[in-house]
Design a protein around this ligand. Structure first.
Ligand SMILES: C[S@@+](CC[C@H](N)C(=O)[O-])C[C@H]1O[C@@H](n2cnc3c(N)ncnc32)[C@H](O)[C@@H]1O
Length: 368
């Protein structure tokens, strides 16, 4: 599993510059607390409050390994896949999901996994699980979360389902994958699951209440559901983002394109209410900030920002092709012209933009 950042914060100043003995106990207490905080806690705190920008606008070397991948790799299997504008898509329930499933897209999904796990201080989930036995990951993608969960809970059985058969076959013995549509009736029996997990699915699922109703039915009493999703609206706390920020326009156009297919890209903010409406109790929500770019001062936030910028930059074509051409009837050429300003804006460190990330979990009532 991707380890969370555990490096201690910079050591306190040396004895020559240390505060004299006369400092107030409160200051010493605070200093000691800061010394003992892990980097992960600082990241979580910043991510949940205000991200401090760095002092310069250079990339600090973070941009030097940057490598955009707009090319497409063609799989040997054409039977299971559909192709459009040079990208590969799922064939089972074709057209249900608007984004490719080819190698560049899978690499991007794994990068997103690293980003989210760093953001969450190494945690794979926030629901307070106790010895879970049956876990399902809806829309598992490359299966990276399911595999990590299998390692973390060796006595649990983890099932990842997806429209695309893109998961690896070399697996921990307690992890398996199945091609299935999460919006169709599930194979899981009522009262059989301990944990239902769905991450980065806001751009995929059309009918969340229906999905959550199935989760409720299939969970054991006392079982947990958790949804983790970004809210793709560009934000800024310090006035450095212009009204016509191209990245904001990009997100908005993706939202419009997905709306044509009945998908709400900005659904993340509704998830806590949806869980309550579905009958779940003990519903909790955690909101983090994901910087776009390497503008934060904190090293881990900077890394998370680099991940996010790469996830968007590398995915500009993959993200826009489906929603813009299928949904809004743009031509691929129109998309390319539009993306020029988005690429430029993404690399501009003077704009301290971010999106929020919403972790929501709730419990099926009853004795576990
Ligand atoms: C953005 S990826 C997220 C992957 C994974 N959850 C993660 O966070 O690493 C969305 C995945 O959901 C899958 N998907 C979309 N709609 C689906 C559906 N109705 N049923 C099952 N999988 C679906 C896609 O094929 C894709 O692999």
């Amino acid at each position: 599993m991707v380890e969370g950042p555990h490096a201690p914060v910079a050591p306190a100043a040396d004895s020559a510059t240390q505060q004299p003995q006369t400092e107030s106990p409160t200051e010493r207490q605070v200093e000691r607390q800061i010394e003992h905080q892990t980097q992960a806690q600082i990241v979580a705190l910043q991510a949940a409050t205000t991200i401090e920008p760095g002092t310069d606008e250079s990339d600090d070397g973070y941009g030097t390994d940057y490598d955009s991948r707009a090319s497409t790799s063609i799989s040997s299997s054409v039977r299971d896949y559909a192709f459009e504008h040079g990208r590969r898509y799922h064939q089972y329930r074709a057209g249900q999901y608007q984004f490719p499933n080819d190698e560049p897209e899978q690499e991007r999904e794994d990068m997103k996994h690293s980003m989210v796990v760093h953001l969450c201080g190494g945690k794979l989930h926030y629901a307070p699980l106790k010895n879970p036995q049956q876990i399902i990951d809806l829309g598992t993608g490359t299966g990276i979360w399911a595999i990590d969960m299998g390692d973390e809970y060796p006595s649990a059985q983890v099932l990842g389902t997806d429209l695309s058969p893109i998961q690896p076959s070399f697996l921990p013995p307690n992890v398996r994958f199945m091609v299935d549509d999460a919006e169709s009736p599930w194979f899981s029996a009522p009262d059989s699951l301990d944990f239902v997990h769905a991450r980065n699915m806001c751009a995929a699922i059309k009918d969340w209440p229906q999905l959550l109703s199935q989760a409720y039915t299939c969970l054991k009493p006392g079982g947990w559901v958790e949804i983790q999703d970004p809210h793709y609206q560009a934000r800024c706390d310090d006035g450095t983002m212009n009204e016509d920020y191209p990245v904001a326009k990009f997100f908005n156009t993706v939202k419009e394109g997905l709306a044509v297919f009945g998908v709400d890209l900005l659904g993340a903010k509704k998830n806590a209410d949806l869980l309550r409406d579905a009958g779940f109790t003990n519903v909790e929500e955690k909101v983090f900030k994901i910087p776009i770019g390497v503008w934060p001062r904190n090293k881990t936030m900077k890394l998370i920002g680099l991940y996010m910028r790469s996830v968007i930059y590398d995915g500009l074509q993959a993200i826009s092709l489906g929603p813009f051409t299928r949904g809004l009837h743009w031509t691929p050429e129109e998309i390319e012209v539009f993306l020029i300003s988005v690429r430029k804006a993404l690399m501009n460190q003077a704009t301290h933009s971010y999106v929020t990330f919403h972790v929501v979990y709730g419990q099926k009532p009853g004795e576990s």
